[in-house]
Write a protein that binds this ligand. Structure first.
Ligand SMILES: [Zn+2]
Length: 225
């Protein structure tokens, strides 16, 4: 070990740095909140791509980050009800302004089909993050894609049972997650968001960016087919 301090050794052995990139403030809690809460010793950085000028949601996002022990930032991409497709360059530019220029152990973001049927912003963020990781503009050892599905609206979104990483959330952390959705974000107890709040979070992980990008493109080609 030589001159290395015990604290440094511990950090190298146990603590990881993770970057969470989501379309909207609340997605980080809904799809990854249990995973974040279960790893309080990790260094978490959370980025949301929309709603910076939303006077309600933006300050709530800040307070949620404090409660998650995370830092982060928020951009202001269009999030109108029409869901006008965003240019890849717009997303790329917003990402570049928010993502710190350092190497993360893991970057987590939306799955290629979003988490339910259907939200274009989730799909766009997945594609742009994967492309940026492949291009080296986002530096991370691994990419974890949220893996949820709603059976084409047959039921509320739930962890995709076929995803290799399954993260069951302990009861205490699930209650915290639900409280963040209802009290911190203000969703009603009967809202879609509160009722969805998953007990299991699932991910598909990649270490090879080419493989990740090929998979995302293949999955998304089925969306409009
Ligand atoms: Zn969202």
């Amino acid at each position: 070990m030589g001159m290395m301090s015990l604290a440094m050794t511990r950090r190298m052995n146990t603590d990881k740095s993770a970057l969470v990139i989501v379309a909207h403030p609340d997605d980080e809690v809904l799809w990854a909140g249990g995973t974040i809460l279960a790893r309080p010793n990790w260094d978490w950085h959370v980025v949301a791509m929309c709603r910076a000028s939303d006077p309600d949601r933006a300050p709530r996002f800040r307070r949620v980050l404090e409660q998650l022990g995370a830092d982060g930032g928020i951009a202001d991409l269009d999030d109108g009800p029409e869901q006008i497709p965003l240019e890849h360059e717009q997303l790329e530019h917003a990402l570049a302004s928010l993502v710190p220029d350092r190497l993360f152990d893991v970057v987590l973001t939306h799955g290629p089909k979003g988490e339910y049927t259907r939200h274009r912003r989730h799909e766009e963020v997945c594609r742009t993050v994967t492309k940026s990781w492949h291009a080296g503009d986002i530096r991370a050892r691994e990419l974890w894609l949220f893996s949820f599905e709603d059976g084409s609206r047959a039921y509320l979104p739930r962890a995709d049972a076929t995803a290799p990483i399954q993260e069951p959330i302990i009861a205490e952390n699930w209650r915290t997650k639900l409280r963040l959705m209802t009290q911190s974000y203000g969703f009603g107890a009967d809202s879609w968001e509160a009722r969805t709040t998953p007990h299991v979070e699932a991910f598909r992980s990649f270490e090879d960016s080419r493989e990740a990008l090929d998979w995302v493109i293949e999955q998304q080609s089925e969306l409009d087919a």
